[in-house]
Design a protein around this ligand. Structure first.
Ligand code: AHM
Ligand code: MG
Length: 341
């Protein structure tokens, strides 16, 4: 961002979004407003996550709190917050969430001219919350295919990832960060909790071309395809020239594992196994948005053989084997996959 002199103070996400609207010369500002809605929802979710550790003493999930309201599970809560925030302003005509079986069509008068659909994983890695480990929100935005004024259809959501208009994630970590792309690079913002604003902290993020971290749930080792087993061995072998052995790091919270690898250089793999022929991660809510960000940061994302963003989805909750991270490392893993087909 080109900061005028008077702006030698930190740049807020709000200011940044407005400034970047110039990247879309004919844009009406709707995408900017949409991103602002996501920003607001993530602050609300953040507030609730920060209180999660107090649930046991102040009333836990399913119990009634002092006001007589029943506490909601955080992933259900996050889902409602994002749906309501996106529905409220008439900027989105439909939404699909990892938490809901089917997509939601916003078909009231307010939404009839809106041209975007959103796909979201409102709280990924939520099993980590009870033990105070970071979780995340992942979002993905597409232009609708169906005619404005009509009800959204399944096809509006089943678009290949390269059609994404914007994608991002929020990591509720030691700090809360929002990272997003609109196809013009990747930028990261850190929440200042005292001000309640996201400040630009990571401008134009570039993923190191190579790295020394590999992230995979090795508990599933015996079920991995041969190529993945051989690649893991490769990571563990000693070779000073390529800085091996690599370091193994696996939080089990996709956004955090991805975020660390993007900043430090690394590869994240959730491969297919005999019990899970397509792995665990969902193409539309998890893999595509992070693949878009990875590519924008100079990294790669594949299913072991081909580009994630080129897959034509056939169903909303489709799963896909996932290899994402530093370009050289993903390319190397693909070499092994092709060698041991
Ligand atoms: P979820 O959407 O049910 O939270 O599952 C996704 C999570 C990811 O955050 C994480 O990378 C992965 O599941 C961990 O799976 P596993 O415990 O099998 O390693
Ligand atoms: Mg998830």
């Amino acid at each position: 961002i080109n900061r005028p002199l008077y702006m030698s103070r930190p740049v807020t996400l709000g200011e940044f979004i407005i400034e970047k609207q110039k990247d879309f010369p004919y844009a009406s500002g709707e995408l900017s407003q949409l991103l602002s809605s996501i920003r607001l929802a993530s602050k609300i979710v953040n507030r609730e996550i920060n209180r999660a550790g107090l649930a046991d003493i102040l009333g836990s999930v399913g119990q009634q709190n002092i006001q007589g309201e029943t506490q909601m599970k955080l992933d259900v809560y996050a889902n409602e917050v994002f749906i309501n925030a996106l529905k409220a302003r008439g900027l989105v005509c439909g939404l699909a969430s990892e938490e809901n079986d089917d997509f939601i069509a916003f078909d009231e008068e307010l939404h009839k001219d809106s041209k975007y659909v959103v796909l979201i994983d409102p709280l990924d890695g939520s099993s980590n919350i009870d033990v105070n480990v970071s979780v995340g929100t992942i979002f993905s935005i597409y232009r609708r295919l169906s005619a404005p004024g009509t009800k959204v259809t399944l096809e509006d959501f089943l678009q290949p990832g390269h059609k994404q208009v914007a994608a991002g994630y929020v990591v509720y970590g030691s700090s809360t960060m929002l990272v997003y792309t609109t196809g013009h690079g990747v930028n990261g913002f850190t929440l200042d909790p005292s001000l309640g604003v996201f400040l630009l902290s990571h401008e134009n993020i570039k993923m190191p071309k190579s790295g020394t971290i590999y992230s995979i749930n090795e508990g599933n080792y015996v079920k991995f395809p041969e190529g993945v087993k051989k690649y893991i061995k490769y990571c563990q072998e000693s070779d000073p020239a390529t800085k091996r052995p690599y370091t193994s790091r696996y939080i089990g919270s996709l956004v955090s594992d991805f975020h660390r690898n993007m900043l430090k250089g690394g590869i994240y793999i959730y491969p297919q196994g005999t019990n899970a022929p397509n792995g665990k991660l969902r193409l539309l809510y998890e893999c595509n948005p992070l693949a878009f960000i990875a590519e924008q940061a100079g990294g790669l994302a594949t299913d072991g053989y081909s580009r994630i963003l080129d897959i034509q989805p056939t169903e909303l909750h489709q799963r896909v084997p996932y290899f994402v991270g530093s370009a050289d490392m993903v390319a190397k893993a693909m070499e092994f996959m092709n060698m041991y087909k």
